[in-house]
Ligand binder design. Structure first.
Ligand SMILES: Cc1cc2nc3c(=O)[nH]c(=O)nc-3n(C[C@H](O)[C@H](O)[C@H](O)COP(=O)(O)O)c2cc1C
Length: 171
């Protein structure tokens, strides 16, 4: 099952009008909740935005982002926030980014499993989104994703072959 979802997941940038059922929304949030994290500190907070005017306002900040329209048109926007103080930092490696990466990807994979689409959005103006959503200064807004039923299901984007990404025993 997991491998099927890995293979079928796509970044979805075109959404239909069909609303997301509450059970499905709760299922994807539950998947995010179950993620591993630094010392199990679960540094994340998710903001679920359904209000069209808020989604429009955030979309308006995403000039040139290929996912801009998706934020305005998908029925739900999920914004992934992290408290860096509730995660680890080792030699300039900030593990709150890893924590959010795992948790949000759990959410995206369960969304795919439920027939829903998502698209990671990492390129945005954090200050403008912070102001729209009233996120406190000590909290980082790491990523967001639209959530809804795909209207267009794109072809798979290629990946490097295993030989290019794996070394055995040492670099
Ligand atoms: C950390 C991260 C940030 C991303 N930011 C954006 C973004 O700002 N806008 C966008 O349209 N796609 C964004 N993407 C989606 C990637 O472009 C996409 O995952 C990649 O092209 C592979 O396509 P696939 O997800 O359909 O397999 C992001 C993906 C990741 C993992």
């Amino acid at each position: 099952m997991v491998m099927r979802v890995f293979e079928e997941r796509r970044s979805i940038r075109r959404y239909g009008d069909r609303p997301v059922e509450e059970e499905k929304l709760q299922a994807v949030l539950e998947a995010a909740r179950l993620a591993p994290s630094w010392a199990n500190m679960q540094c994340w907070t998710y903001i679920v935005v359904r209000d069209p005017s808020t989604r429009e306002a955030i979309a308006a900040t995403l000039e040139k982002n290929p996912a801009q329209r998706a934020v305005a048109t998908a029925p739900v926007l999920i914004v992934a926030c992290a408290d860096p103080e509730r995660s680890g930092k080792v030699k300039d490696q900030h593990y709150y980014l890893v924590d959010i990466g795992i948790s949000l990807e759990h959410l995206c994979l369960e969304a795919c499993n439920q027939g829903l689409g998502t698209c990671w959005i990492g390129w945005f103006d954090e200050d403008r989104v912070r102001s729209i959503l009233g996120v406190p200064e000590n909290i980082r807004i790491v990523a967001m994703t639209p959530l809804g039923y795909p209207a267009v299901y794109p072809e798979a984007r290629g990946r490097k072959p295993l030989e290019e990404m794996v070394r055995y025993e040492r670099w």
